[in-house]
Ligand binder design. Structure first.
Ligand code: DQA
Length: 143
């Protein structure tokens, strides 16, 4: 089964970026942990600081027949109609993942452009959120 794990802006800095909010694990640590936990999954990992690259990755997920996308759009979550449209445009379920509990933070983080077109949302559980999204896709596929 092929799954995409997409991470948006500034998530390349995980490990050193505001560790009190996002923890000390790096993006590579998170990706390595997923590969170790789920050797049966064919992962495609994409991180980009650019909205267009994330849109392209969502289109790629559809073209490549991915079973799902675990997507942390970072700050674009709160602003991007284009990412919302891309999620709505593809026939691949997307789970929105946030490391921090966005609902316990600044009011501008409470609104998600993505949530209404996503299969679900996982917030505040740190890197475990990506793992739970993968487990959901595996269960949904009966794997
Ligand atoms: C985030 C939450 C966003 O509000 C923020 O802009 C991020 C990270 C999270 O994973 O908690 O970049 O998506």
């Amino acid at each position: 089964m092929k799954l995409f794990v997409l991470n948006g802006p500034n998530l390349n800095l995980l490990g050193t970026r505001e560790p009190e909010t996002y923890g000390t694990a790096t993006l590579a640590d998170m990706q390595d942990a997923l590969c170790a936990l789920f050797p049966e999954v064919d992962f495609r990992f994409v991180q980009s600081n650019h909205e267009g690259r994330l849109i392209d990755a969502l289109h790629e997920a559809a073209r490549e027949g991915a079973a799902g996308v675990a997507f942390n759009p970072g700050a674009f979550t709160h602003t991007s109609v284009a990412l919302r449209d891309a999620v709505a445009a593809i026939d691949v379920p997307v789970i929105e993942v946030h490391l921090s509990n966005v609902h316990a933070r600044e009011p501008f983080r409470h609104r998600s452009m993505i949530a209404a077109v996503s299969a679900g949302q996982i917030v505040g559980l740190g890197a475990k959120g990506y793992e739970l999204a993968v487990r959901y896709f595996l269960d949904a596929a009966g794997a």
